[in-house]
Unconditional design. Structure first.
Length: 278
C-alpha cells in the first residue's frame, strides 16, 4: 500500500463549506441585536445571553439562553464539536462532548443551522467573571484571600478559549455581538474599545475572527445622519474594524445577512483552469 502525505488540494479546500466569523460592535441602543432580523429564521440559532430580546420579539427563529458560564461552555462544545487533541479532563474534549450529548441529544439536530448569533459577549464576560471568582485561581495561595488578578487572568483564558473554539465550528457563520465603549486614553485622546471585562480579553477578541465591523452613525456631506457598517481597519471614524475577506467597502449598508454573503463570496470556488480547457 502506497503511503502518501494527506495533502488537501486547493480545489478540495475551496469546495468545503466555509463560514464567516464576525464580531459586530456598536454603542448601546444603535441596533446591533436588531440585525438578527436580517438573518433567515429557519437556519439561524440565536444564543441570547441578555434575556431581553424586545428588539427582536417578532423574529421567529430558534433561541437558546445559557444563564451560567458552565452552561455556555457545554453549549459551545455541542455547537462546535470537540477538539480531539485535548485531554479528557478539560473543556471541549471528546469526554466533555460525550457528556453534553447525553444531556442535549443527537448533534444532528444542528444541521438545520448555518448561523450562530451570540448576543452579547459583554454579558457573557460578566457571567464568566462571576464563575471565575469562585475558582481556586481567584484566591491567593499564601493568604487565602480573593486575588483579583487571578480571577481576571482566568476570565481571559476561559473567554478567549470558548470563543476560539466556537468560531472553529466548521461550515457555520458565527456572529459575536458586543457593546462598544468610548473612553479616553492616557493622552486624553478619544478611543473606542469593546465593553468586555478584562482589558486583555477585549484586546485579543478581534484577533480570533476574520471580520470586525462597527455599526455606527455616519454624518453625510449634507449634514444628515445615517447608519452603516464600518469595515476597514484604517477609517476616519476611529472605530475598530478589519476585513480579511477583501470583499468589503469602507462603509457597507447595515444589513448583516448581505454583509455575511459578501464576505462568504471570497471562499467560493472559482472556475478551475481545467474547466476552461474542457
Amino acid at each position: 500500500m502506497e503511503r502518501r502525505l494527506p495533502i488537501i488540494t486547493a480545489d478540495q479546500r475551496l469546495r468545503e463549506k466555509q463560514g464567516v466569523k464576525l464580531v459586530l460592535l456598536g454603542k448601546s441602543g444603535i441596533g446591533k441585536t436588531s440585525q438578527l432580523k436580517t438573518l433567515p429564521e429557519g437556519s439561524t440559532l440565536f444564543v441570547d445571553l441578555e434575556a431581553g430580546d424586545l428588539a427582536v420579539k417578532d423574529w421567529r427563529g430558534d433561541c437558546v439562553r445559557p444563564s451560567t458560564w458552565p452552561e455556555f461552555r457545554d453549549l459551545v462544545v455541542f455547537l462546535a464539536s470537540p477538539n480531539p487533541a485535548l485531554p479528557a479532563d478539560v473543556p471541549y474534549s471528546e469526554a466533555h462532548y460525550r457528556h453534553v450529548c447525553e444531556r442535549y441529544g443527537d448533534p444532528g439536530q444542528l444541521a438545520k443551522y448555518d448561523t450562530y448569533f451570540v448576543d452579547s459577549i459583554t454579558v457573557l464576560a460578566r457571567l464568566a467573571l462571576v464563575w471565575a471568582k469562585t475558582q481556586p485561581q481567584a484566591y491567593s495561595e499564601r493568604t487565602g484571600k480573593p486575588d483579583t488578578r487571578g480571577a481576571y487572568g482566568l476570565l481571559g483564558a476561559e473567554l478567549i478559549g470558548a470563543l476560539t473554539h466556537l468560531q472553529h465550528a466548521r461550515g457555520k457563520h458565527v456572529v459575536f455581538v458586543a457593546i462598544l465603549d468610548e473612553r479616553l486614553d492616557d493622552f486624553n485622546r478619544k478611543v473606542f474599545v469593546p465593553q468586555i471585562e478584562g482589558a486583555k480579553t477585549a484586546a485579543e477578541l478581534p484577533g480570533i475572527v476574520d471580520e470586525v465591523v462597527t455599526l455606527a452613525e455616519i454624518k453625510a456631506e449634507d449634514g444628515s445622519i445615517y447608519r452603516a457598517f464600518v469595515c476597514h481597519t484604517v477609517n476616519p471614524y476611529g472605530v475598530p474594524a478589519k476585513d480579511r475577506s477583501g470583499q468589503l467597502e469602507l462603509l457597507e449598508p447595515p444589513n448583516l445577512r448581505a454583509l455575511i454573503d459578501k464576505c462568504a463570496a471570497a471562499t467560493r470556488l472559482p472556475p478551475s483552469a481545467t474547466a476552461f480547457e474542457e
